[in-house]
Every structure is written in structure tokens, then in C-alpha cells.
Design a protein around this ligand. Structure first.
Ligand SMILES: NC(=O)c1ccc[n+]([C@@H]2O[C@H](COP(=O)([O-])OP(=O)(O)OC[C@H]3O[C@@H](n4cnc5c(N)ncnc54)[C@H](O)[C@@H]3O)[C@@H](O)[C@H]2O)c1
Length: 353
């Protein structure tokens, strides 16, 4: 692990994602403090999750319960809590004036609670870079597919499909301390759980790829769900979106909590060829397959392990902080994360159309 290079990071939430965020920040040499309102979560981070995932606990990481944590002076604040408390904490974080504020996905609850207030407050701090953690969009594999699309070697793009299909088993394997969806936001769509919120990487990737393909803004969205109600829980196990853009292009996204082993992919068919992205499509990592008509099929493997997804995000943040990448060009921009929430809002609350 690199020694500190002067960048100070505060992470709220010591759960599954909080551990990944902390390790990725340490990997690029940043100084890390973690805050969680559950002392058991901090203990679990130090004695269980972190050493099991990454080999050993990193003694340089400082752990705090709320009220005891330092405020102000952080270059980056990351909100890795469940979605239903995110915006409240994000509002408070703005007042600490970090250079970059990372909000986990999904940005908020689907009713967009406190998002308006956050946008209003953010207008007072235009220098703060606000991002949403849709990590796959900055993976080496997606970046490679995007580079191919930008070269326009496939001609006009005619179809775009994205599926994020992953059952609860893999999600709960990362949360062995939870007995099931009822114990967490995951079992409640109103709190940002269910397939819509939890697997919203699908919506994000579709919107990002549609933008790269020049499909124009979204014009129409049709949605359907498979809802599950069990005891107090209520969540969509499957959500399907059908999109039409201003350019008259039609595409779709499926997100589910059934598919085992998981199957997460995107495919763009052009007039003169196609490109496909497969998350962990081979045991070594991600797979990108493409073919330009009349040429050989190409298959490229991007070797990676799960922590590398978060490390790539940290590398992206280094570029945002140095100005090498502008926020408006970043797939992780707040605006793009908010666009996902707008679609989810209209899906769950059709009367808000
Ligand atoms: N970007 C990704 O690929 C990715 C991966 C995993 C999780 N996530 C997202 O991260 C979020 C958290 O997921 P998770 O799996 O880590 O959940 P988790 O339940 O494992 O951890 C959340 C932690 O936040 C803490 N917390 C709650 N309120 C708090 C507060 N007010 N202050 C400080 N800490 C507080 C909880 O005590 C808990 O320890 C979700 O929105 C999830 O979708 C994103």
C-alpha cells in the first residue's frame, strides 16, 4: 500500500462498499477516515471484511462513530451508506466543502427525497465535483468499448441492450452478517432497494452508451416489474425498461435479482458490425467482443478482480481532481447519476409523469 500523498478522504459507511472504497483510496496512497453510526460495522470492517477481502487490516485507516469524526479539511468525502440516508448526509457534506463528493448508487430513494434541496445547495458550491459511483462505466473494458464506438467503426448504431442480472446470492455473499432482504434497504423499493435501485448500473450504462452512440435524449420510457411482497418487504425482483430516444432509436434494459450465475452484459449492433461487453465474462475478468463486417471477430479480456473496479474509480478521481478530465465529460457525473434516478422515479411513481 502506498504511503499518504496528502489527499485526505472521509468515507461514511463501513459496510460492503465502504470497505471497497477505503481499500481503493489506500491503493492510490490517500489518507482514509471511515465513519459509521454502528460500532459493530466498524469492528466488522477492521476484524473481518477488510482483512478477509484484501489480506490484512491497514492500520493507517482511522475509524470513527458520528459525532466523534473530524469535520472539514477533507479533499474527498464519500457517502457509502444505504440510499435512504444518502441525500441528508450529502447535504451536510457540502458544507464541509470537499473538492470531490462521491455519492454511492443509487443516488437517492426513487421518490427523489431531498434531491431538489441538494441541487439547490450544490448551486452555492459550483467548485465541488459531485459524482455517483457507477463504477463499471470507468472499467478498462467499458472504456475500451466506448473508444471503439467513438471511432464509429460499426456505422450507425441500430440496437442497444443492457442487462444486469444478478441474484440475491452474490449480493448476500458480500453481506454475511445479514439474514435476508428484510433486514436492509434491499428489500424495500421505496428505500432504494429491489432490482431497480440495486442493479441500476443497467440504466446508467444504457444511458451512457446511448449518449456515446449519438442516440439523443430519452423521449419515452415504458417500464414493467415483477414485484414481490413478503411479510414487511416489498421490492421488484425484475424490472424491464423500453426506451425511445429523440432520434427515434429503441433499446432496452433488464435488471433482475434472479439470475444465477449472474449475467451482466451490453450489446450494440451497428450497420457494419457489433460490440459486446460482458462483466466478468471469463474467469480472469471482463470480456469485450466485437466484429466489423468482413473482418475477424475480436475477443479481448480485461483481467481484473473485484477490488480493481473501485481502484479504477479512484484513478478516475485523480484525473478529475487534476483537471485532466472535466466533470461534464465523466460518466460518473452527478447529472448522469440523477438521470438514472429520474427514470426510476417515473417507473415507480408513474403519476409523476
Ligand atoms: N458502486 C457499486 O458497485 C456498489 C457496490 C456495493 C454497494 N453499492 C451501494 O452502496 C450503498 C451501501 O451498500 P452496502 O452494501 O455497503 O451496505 P451495507 O449495509 O453493507 O453498509 C452500509 C453502512 O452504512 C452505515 N450507515 C447507515 N447510516 C449511516 C450514517 N448516518 N452515518 C454513517 N454510516 C451510516 C450502516 O451502519 C452500514 O454499516 C448502497 O446504495 C449500494 O447500492 C455500490
Amino acid at each position: 500500500m502506498k504511503t499518504s500523498n496528502g489527499v485526505k478522504v472521509k468515507i461514511l459507511g463501513a459496510g460492503s462498499v465502504g470497505n471497497h472504497l477505503a481499500q481503493s483510496c489506500r491503493r492510490v496512497g490517500w489518507e482514509v477516515s471511515v465513519v459509521d453510526n454502528d460500532p459493530k460495522a466498524l469492528e466488522r470492517m477492521k476484524n473481518d471484511i477488510y482483512p478477509k477481502r484484501y489480506g490484512a487490516w491497514d492500520d493507517s485507516i482511522k475509524l470513527f462513530t458520528p459525532g466523534k469524526e473530524p469535520k472539514g479539511g477533507f479533499d474527498i468525502i464519500m457517502i457509502g451508506t444505504p440510499p435512504d440516508v444518502r441525500m441528508k448526509l450529502a447535504l451536510e457534506a457540502l458544507e464541509e466543502k470537499p473538492k470531490l463528493l462521491h455519492l454511492e448508487k443509487p443516488l437517492s430513494t426513487p421518490d427523489l427525497g431531498e434531491v431538489k434541496e441538494f441541487e439547490k445547495s450544490l448551486a452555492k458550491y459550483p467548485e465541488i465535483l459531485v459524482t455517483v459511483g457507477y463504477i463499471y462505466a470507468v472499467s478498462e473494458s467499458v472504456e475500451a468499448a466506448v473508444e471503439l464506438l467513438k471511432k464509429k467503426i460499426f456505422g450507425e448504431i441500430l440496437t442497444l441492450d443492457v442487462e444486469i442480472r444478478e441474484d440475491w446470492r452474490s449480493i448476500f455473499a458480500a453481506h454475511p452478517w445479514l439474514s435476508g432482504p428484510a433486514e436492509t434497504y434491499l428489500g424495500y423499493w421505496r428505500r432504494g432497494g429491489g432490482a431497480g435501485g440495486e442493479n441500476s448500473h443497467g440504466l446508467h450504462l444504457w444511458q451512457y452508451l446511448a449518449e456515446v452512440a449519438g442516440w439523443g435524449a430519452l423521449k419515452e420510457v415504458k417500464t414493467d416489474f415483477s414485484m414481490k411482497k413478503e411479510k414487511e418487504t416489498e421490492y421488484d425482483e425484475l424490472i424491464a425498461f423500453l426506451f425511445k430516444t429523440e432520434e427515434g432509436k429503441v433499446g432496452r434494459v433488464i435488471q433482475d435479482l434472479f439470475t444465477h450465475p449472474f449475467k451482466t452484459w451490453a450489446r450494440l449492433q451497428g450497420e457494419k458490425g457489433f460490440v459486446e461487453w460482458h462483466l466478468r465474462g471469463v474467469p480472469e475478468g471482463d470480456l469485450v467482443r466485437y466484429q466489423v463486417e468482413g473482418e475477424d471477430l475480436v475477443e479481448k479480456v480485461f483481467a481484473k478482480k473485484r477490488p480493481d473496479d473501485f481502484w479504477r474509480q479512484a484513478l478516475h478521481y485523480q484525473k478529475l481532481l487534476s483537471g485532466e478530465i472535466k466533470l461534464k465529460d465523466s460518466p460518473l457525473s452527478f447529472e448522469r447519476g440523477l438521470e438514472v434516478m429520474r427514470v426510476l422515479n417515473r417507473a415507480y411513481y408513474p403519476s409523476s409523469l
